[in-house]
Each structure stands twice: as C-alpha cells, then as structure tokens.
Design a protein. Structure first.
Length: 303
C-alpha cells in the first residue's frame, strides 16, 4: 500500500484518466492479500527481500522510460536526501514485513483495521508534529479510533500490535516521505535501491544454505517470488500518476477501498473470526472515518 505518499495537485475537477489510474491501483492493492496468502508458506522476511530485489528492475525500467533518472542521480549527491530516504526505506520495510506476516498468519482483519485507522492517525500526527489545528469533528473521530483500540486491547489482553504497527509505520513513512525533494516514482526507486544490497545478500544466504524458495521448491514459488516486484512497484507507480490528476478529497475518500476489500477478503474468503468485539471496534472506526470524510469534504468545498 502507498496511499499517503503522494501529494496530488489541488484540482477543481477530477480527470477520468486519473480516476482510472487510482482505481486500478486501489483494486490491485485490495486483492493483494490473495497474492500474499499464496506466499504464506514462505517466511515473511524472505518475501520482503524478494519484494525489494525485484522492485528495482521494475521501478528502474519505468523511470528510464519516463526520463526520471536525472533526479535520482542528483539525489545521490545530496547526503541529507539519502539519509531521509534511508529512514523512509526502513519504515516502509517494517510496514511491508508486518503486512506480509499478518496475511500469512491469519491476521488480515488486523491489517484492515490498521489501514482504516491510518487516516485518523495522520490527522493526529499533523496536530502533534506540525501544530495543525484540528476541527472538533476531527477530534471526535480520533477519539473514536482510540476507544476502538482500547476495546480490542481489553478483549485480547494485549495491544492490537499488528494494526498499530501498520498504522504507525505507514503514518510516519508518509510524514517523512513528504520531505524528500524528489518525485514519487524517484523516491520509491531510491528506497528500494538502498534496500537492495541487504535484500540481495539475504537471498544469496538463504539459497546457499538450501533454505531459499526461489529455485529449490518448484516453479510455483519461483513465479510468485519473481512476481513480487510487479505487485509491489507497478500499482504504486500507477497511483502516483493518477494522484496528480485528482483532487485531494477524492483521494481521501478512495483510500478506503483497500482496507474495505481486505476486510471483506478476511471475513468471507479467509474465514477469520469476526465477533461482537471486532464489530464494535470496527463500527467505531467506521463512524470516525465518516466524520473525517465529512469534515474533509466540507474543507474542500470551502476552498
């Protein structure tokens, strides 16, 4: 997922082409749990290594076609840019790792919860770190999300760490990602390029010990691991192009497509338990998101 990494232009009207790009990316991310479930028998760390490694040629080919390599070369001459890219690369790796593990371990509902909470967490983050003023409706929405987390914690006897890990890692990733003075596609390529060396070494280590799944466990595993680059890089780059043609409010509403699809897949396809406690918690989150969306649409209309 990469719904908050791009800051689209503020347009008065949405472009049909932009809507098509964004919808394609969101639908792709929405069915991603099915792909990750097929990889559930492979350790999450190995899957992440392959997502990183095979994203490099895919992202590199797109940048070459679009003529964006000049910005990448300039970025590598700026130590501050590379330091910030290293931080965002670390945060996105934590996010990917948690997500892959959650899907494989039967915690897809927790993953959906994390991405439902994320917009509300981003609002709170802006208020705390950027001193942005919160509307009363937004404060209520954040409080509803906090109550939901408390309810789940009391019921389980422990924090919903999967959901919170996804929320915090993606929220801070989006926050720091905005400081990178490069485009979305270039920034993603720099991140996976920085991560590529440890990922490659880890893949070689596993294959040398006979513990890897790239060549030694059949063509199905090989194809799935090779495809990790496409399912990681392509939807992000498609979204980056779509976001430029859409209003911020449209992006804000469309971002719920992904956790909604993950939620439905978890309940109806993966048959994960969804009891009364989860229903109460999700209902509070959904109520908060309705308030958040209403507030965002009002602000957009006022502008």
């Amino acid at each position: 997922m990469a719904t908050d990494t791009i800051k689209p232009e503020m347009k008065s009207n949405d472009g049909l082409r932009g809507f098509g790009y964004a919808m394609t990316a969101y639908l792709f991310w929405g069915i991603l749990p099915l792909y990750m479930k097929a990889l559930a028998h492979i350790p999450a760390l190995e899957v992440i290594a392959h997502r990183i490694f095979w994203s490099v040629p895919v992202a590199g080919a797109v940048l070459l076609a679009l003529g964006g390599m000049k910005d990448v070369r300039a970025a590598f001459r700026n130590p501050r840019t590379i330091a910030m890219a290293s931080l965002t690369a670390t945060l996105v790796t934590i996010n990917w790792g948690t997500y892959v593990w959650a899907i494989g371990a039967g915690h897809s509902l927790d993953a959906a919860l994390g991405y439902f909470i994320n917009p509300l967490f981003s609002i709170a983050l802006g208020a705390l770190l950027l001193k942005e003023r919160l509307a009363p409706v937004q404060i209520i929405a954040i409080c509803l999300a906090a109550i939901a987390v408390v309810i789940l914690t009391i019921k389980a006897g422990t924090l919903p760490w999967v959901a919170l890990s996804l929320t915090f890692s993606w929220g801070f990733y989006a926050f720091f990602r905005k400081t990178l003075p490069v485009g979305a596609n270039q920034g993603f390529f720099i991140e996976v390029l920085l991560l590529c060396i440890p990922a490659t070494l880890y893949i070689i280590y596993l294959e040398a010990r006979g513990e890897g799944h790239l060549y030694q466990t059949g063509l199905t595993d090989t194809a799935l691991l090779l495809g990790c680059g496409l399912v990681t890089a392509l939807p992000l780059m498609i979204f980056a192009n779509g976001a430029k043609l859409l209003r911020l409010s449209t992006i804000g509403i469309m971002q719920y497509i992904v956790p909604t699809m993950v939620f439905l897949i978890a309940v109806f396809l993966f048959k994960e338990p969804f009891g009364s406690t989860q229903m109460i918690a999700f209902s509070l989150i959904w109520a908060g998101l309705v308030l958040y969306s209403w507030s965002m649409l009002r602000q957009s209309k006022d502008r």
